[in-house]
Design a protein around this ligand. Structure first.
Ligand SMILES: [Zn+2]
Length: 457
């Protein structure tokens, strides 16, 4: 350690000792008075003292002096040089509490832009929150409502922040993740993505789904709602997941590779989402997969994405979803006759499960419902099964050892969107929702660590 280091170290020791002594004095006085120890109060107070001492130590490290004579100029983004002006301080909230950061300020006299090179180095550019604090805020902000996140930070980390700060920070990090994805997507568009090398992947799945996110009124103006004449209250978030499969179990049922699922999603057009999920699939080894499957619920936009971006993938309509169509139709066909509904479903579902779609269509077309409404409904459902017939050859898919249900995606929709974004009283802006969806997808895909590593680099 050099002279300055020793001096800093001595100052820190002194600071820590002073904090702890002051606290212990209070603890002993209290014990003399009451004859006991309130453990929770003492542990919390001790943590708080250690944090203060730590903040003092950290503050010592963050007192930058004026630059050396040969470092009084900094390159400016305008191409000119910015010159050193003075030392300036700002408050930074760290995991140990608030402290003053002192660092050199440079000004470009050509474009009048100010520079704080130290802020860039410490990753506190244009923010009063340290990377450690921002990371904690992102963690709670993607998991629970912002106000609860604030309370968790107080108890768990002894960090006093506002609800708004949790919201802003979590969303800013989500937007940063989105911006990085966007760069990646542009490279994918220009066929410029690096080849990802790795072992062959026996089976790679892409599952796509849509789910409504409750939004503020301004986000739905001019949009039709689900009920005729009613405005929309939600916007559709498009979600996709990619996972791999190497084996089947003893009964020949497919087994998803553990921890192999990654998620992407956003409220955006099918065209935009197509590029997003394509880029994700590429990173996950799309061109190294021996067998590829695309699964969805039957919505047209999903198969359009499949045709455009995933040629050669086996297209599968999620069996549970196809069954739901039958379950919804039965009560319309035989209202107030539960037994007949059940019999009809049993027969129809048997055909569906066995991929006998032509037979199912024949029986649908043989129906003679009384009302024109039900006639229309039956025609619509027949259209659904006819259009998707080749995507419902379940026995073939099973024989290939493939999944036929999209449990993974539906669970994903609930985890990514439902549990966090669809709580009562929540209304999102598209911008805010997309930031939090991106943050959640990043966390749930296990990529948050990488994101943070990349920032440090
Ligand atoms: Zn400049």
């Amino acid at each position: 350690m050099d002279g300055a280091g020793k001096k800093t170290s001595a100052a820190i020791h002194q600071e820590v000792a002073r904090e702890i002594e002051a606290l212990l004095e209070r603890v002993f006085a209290e014990r003399r008075r009451s004859g006991g120890i309130d453990l929770e109060a003492v542990e919390m107070a001790l943590r708080s003292s250690l944090h203060s001492a730590g903040a003092a130590a950290l503050a010592q490290l963050l007192q930058y002096g004026p630059p050396a004579a040969d470092q009084r100029w900094q390159p400016c983004s305008c191409g000119q040089q910015a010159h050193y002006v003075e030392l300036r301080t700002k408050q930074v909230w760290t995991a140990l509490g608030p402290l003053q950061l002192q660092r050199p300020y440079y000004l470009c006299s050509s474009c009048k832009r100010g520079h704080f090179p130290v802020d860039l180095e410490l990753d506190v550019l244009k923010t009063g929150l340290s990377p450690g604090v921002r990371r904690m805020m992102a963690l709670v902000g993607h998991e629970v409502p912002f106000n609860r996140g604030r309370a968790q930070l107080k108890l768990l980390a002894d960090l006093t922040v506002t609800t708004k700060a949790v919201e802003r920070t979590a969303e800013a990090i989500g937007r940063d993740i989105l911006a990085q994805q966007q760069q990646d997507i542009r490279r994918a568009q220009q066929l410029d993505l690096p080849l990802v090398t790795g072992p062959r992947i026996p089976i790679l799945y892409i599952q796509i789904d849509g789910t409504g996110v409750p939004v503020v009124i301004a986000e739905t103006q001019g949009r039709k709602g689900k009920e005729p004449g009613q405005p929309a209250h939600t916007r559709e978030a498009k979600l996709g997941c990619v996972f791999t499969q190497t084996t089947t179990d003893a009964e020949g049922r497919p087994v998803r590779d553990e921890d192999s699922t990654s998620y992407v999603g956003a409220i955006e057009t099918a065209e935009e989402f197509g590029l997003r999920i394509y880029t994700e699939a590429w990173h996950r080894g799309w061109d190294r997969a021996d067998l590829k499957a695309l699964m969805g619920d039957g919505a047209v936009w999903i198969w359009n994405i499949g045709d455009q971006h995933f040629p050669g993938a086996v297209q599968i309509v999620d069996l549970c979803h196809a069954r739901e169509h039958l379950w919804n139709l039965a009560p319309q066909l035989y209202p107030s006759d539960a037994a007949r509904q059940k019999r009809w479903i049993m027969t129809a579902q048997d055909k569906l499960d066995n991929g006998r779609i032509e037979s199912l269509l024949t029986s649908l077309r043989a129906l003679r419902p009384a009302s024109t409404e039900v006639i229309d409904l039956v025609r619509k459902e027949a259209g659904y099964f006819e259009t998707n017939a080749e995507r419902m050859r379940y026995p073939q898919f099973r024989a290939q050892g493939l999944f036929v249900g999209t449990g993974v995606m539906e669970a994903g929709c609930k985890t990514v969107v439902g549990t966090r974004l669809k709580q009562s009283g929540m209304f999102w802006t598209v911008r805010g929702a997309n930031a939090i969806i991106a943050l959640r997808c990043c966390q749930l895909s296990g990529n948050f660590e990488d994101y943070w590593e990349a920032r440090r680099a």
